[in-house]
Write a protein that binds this ligand. Structure first.
Ligand code: GLU
Length: 590
């Protein structure tokens, strides 16, 4: 029963726990933790072994990471190499025209670092630049393109923590782009979903709608222009983007999108200028940290709301005597109320207070037998915490956000770990390929609040980074690396990461079970979205407690890994969501 479930104390060591009837997700069919074959030609979602491990959504990307690890590269080298391959094989989710966040564990120094490669708004953008613009119109526009951060992030990541040069790290991706990859159903479907807007840009139609239609499943898709772009980036370095010819072409594309003659779509031009690219920097930031059930959980600080929102929700759960799905949904609801009120890329975010135990206790106190009406009001993270303060303000649900991006995890033989979220925002970004360069541009600036919304922390401003939900997460058990985790899915990223942690650490599922289990997402909205299998199992019980559940066919596409021993790692990807992912290890046996 949902409401009477007790916490199951689970060591941070992966064991298949038999939960009988106690935990609500016990009915989830467990995934078999079988080791990956030595050189698989098919994706497998679970692999366990030694010498390093990776999980991504894509076999080519996972293979690239393993190849780098086998040659002596470290986890950061492998993460960048795999990320660059995803720019080829998952071009609608990631690529050099986008941005992302990395959380990195340096095993030697025993330190956690993050790198913020989030896109920035142009200097010409103000709080009212997006006001009144229909969201759908902004999605496919030059206006929504921020300064791409990915290239600067790769460069900073490799220089600071890697051993490879950018040129070396891009090699596997150049290879895949030049030789091609086999089109799968997901690539086909994502192309088909985008066909209506891709056809409106000459460059995009030429690349992704050859012969006027999506490339068929099973065909080999090559992107020689992207291969050349990566090659030249490797030769010339990041300045080629942030002040050189590639940057000029990005700016020209954003300001004058290559609209197909006869297209009737309104395409708003962008505000980007070369000066915006010139001043772009990937940034190292302090990670967020919370202590949860005796473990330390590190995440991404603003401009992402991932670390603060996952962290606050975990703190709230930690303050409750019993945790079931009702409590999971309520903790998420309250944490989202605070996220929406306080978190953005601006000075003065009360991060410490949001992640404090006192605040969490005050918020946890609101959770009772019945669902709190949503949108719930934000709390007061002011350092003055009563036993049970009932906030009186007005809460807001999250604004529209696209549902796609991608996430990968890598660990190496030294125990370094990376959790890396990369994105171009919508599936297909802004839909505009830079002519001759084989890369789509992002529409990340749609993550800003469009307004009018006085006081909203996420209104656009010159140089500002839109608030993200990306939540690459690392967990340590008494200082030892335990877990790396993340997902795509816009604001459902936060709930997917949170639910997987709840499944793993509250309900005692194995990591493969925790990823496979059906999901629900409560983000301070009146209705809780849930996958069909979740509705089938839990709708009646949760409805009886005041939750209103509606269908969301698929939530998230997570990747994770867990140290099952000091040097044995289990890598886990989705078994079915988004076509399933690819987990690989360097060696199945010691
Ligand atoms: N733009 C989203 C964010 O930063 C990520 C892309 C997505 O998953 O929608 O939160």
């Amino acid at each position: 029963m949902v409401e009477t479930m007790r916490r199951v104390i689970v060591p941070a060591v992966a064991v298949l726990v038999s939960l009988a009837t106690a935990a609500p997700a016990a009915a989830t069919p467990p995934q078999q933790a079988t080791p990956a074959p030595a050189s698989p030609q098919q994706k497998v979602p679970v692999a366990e072994g030694y010498g390093g491990a990776v999980a991504t959504v894509d076999l080519d990307a996972s293979k690239a990471a393993v190849a780098v690890l086998k040659k002596g590269g470290n986890a950061m080298d492998a993460a960048v190499a795999a990320g660059a391959v995803l720019g080829v094989t998952e071009p609608y989710s990631a690529g050099p025209g986008g941005g992302g966040f990395m959380v990195y564990y340096d095993a030697k120094k025993r330190q956690v670092h993050t790198i913020d490669g989030r896109e920035t708004a142009p200097q010409a953008m103000t709080a009212t630049s997006l006001e009144g613009i229909p969201f759908a119109e902004a999605v496919t526009s030059g206006l929504s393109a921020g300064v791409p951060g990915t290239v600067a992030q790769w460069d900073l990541a490799l220089r600071t923590f890697g051993t490879l040069s950018l040129k070396q790290a891009l090699r596997p991706a150049i290879d895949v782009a030049a030789k091609g990859f086999v089109v799968d159903q997901t690539f086909y479907d994502q192309t088909a979903q985008n066909a209506d807007r891709f056809k409106d840009f000459t460059s995009t139609a030429k690349l992704y709608l050859p012969n006027g239609a999506p490339p068929p499943v099973g065909s080999v898709f090559r992107n020689p222009e992207l291969a050349a772009t990566y090659r030249e980036l490797g030769e010339r370095g990041p300045r080629w983007m942030y002040g050189g010819q590639l940057g000029k072409e990005v700016v020209a594309t954003v300001k004058r999108p290559p609209i197909t003659p006869g297209a009737t779509r309104t395409v708003r031009p962008g505000l980007l200028e070369m000066r915006d690219l010139d001043r772009y920097r990937a940034l190292r930031r302090e990670p967020t940290r919370v202590d949860y059930r005796g473990m330390s959980v590190y995440g991404m600080a603003p401009p992402s709301s991932g670390g603060s929102t996952v962290g606050e929700a975990l703190n709230i759960l930690d303050a409750l005597p019993e945790v079931g799905l009702h409590e999971y949904l309520e903790a998420s609801k309250l944490a989202f109320a605070d996220r929406n009120a306080y978190v953005g890329d601006l000075p003065g975010v009360p991060l410490k207070a949001l992640l404090s135990d006192g605040f969490a206790k005050e918020r946890a106190c609101l959770i009772g037998d019945r669902a709190i009406p949503a949108p719930a009001a934000p709390g007061q993270p002011d350092g003055d915490y009563g036993p049970c303060a009932t906030p009186t303000g007005k809460g807001t649900p999250p604004a529209d956000e696209g549902p796609e991006t991608t996430h990968l995890v890598v660990a190496d033989r030294w125990g370094n770990m990376v959790a890396y979220n990369l994105t171009i925002e919508s599936t297909g970004g802004n839909g505009i390929v830079v002519p001759g360069r084989g890369m789509l541009l992002n529409n990340e600036l749609t993550d800003f609040t469009f307004g009018p919304a006085p006081g909203d922390p996420n209104l656009p401003a010159p140089g500002k980074r839109p608030r993200s939900s990306m939540a690459p997460t690392l967990v340590f058990d008494h200082g030892r690396p335990a877990l790396a985790l993340g997902s795509p899915g816009g604001s459902t990223i936060i709930t997917t990461v949170l639910q997987i942690m709840v499944n793993r650490y509250e309900f005692g599922m194995s990591l493969p079970e925790a990823l496979a289990a059906p999901r629900a997402t409560q983000r301070n909205t009146a209705q809780t979205q849930a996958e069909q299998a979740f509705l089938d199992r839990y709708q009646a019980e949760l409805t009886a407690r005041g939750h209103e559940l509606v269908l969301n066919p698929e939530i998230g596409a997570a990747t994770a890994l867990e140290f099952v021993d000091r040097d044995r790692v289990q890598a886990v990807a989705e078994p079915t969501r988004r076509g399933g992912g690819s987990a690989l290890v360097v060696r199945p046996r010691r």
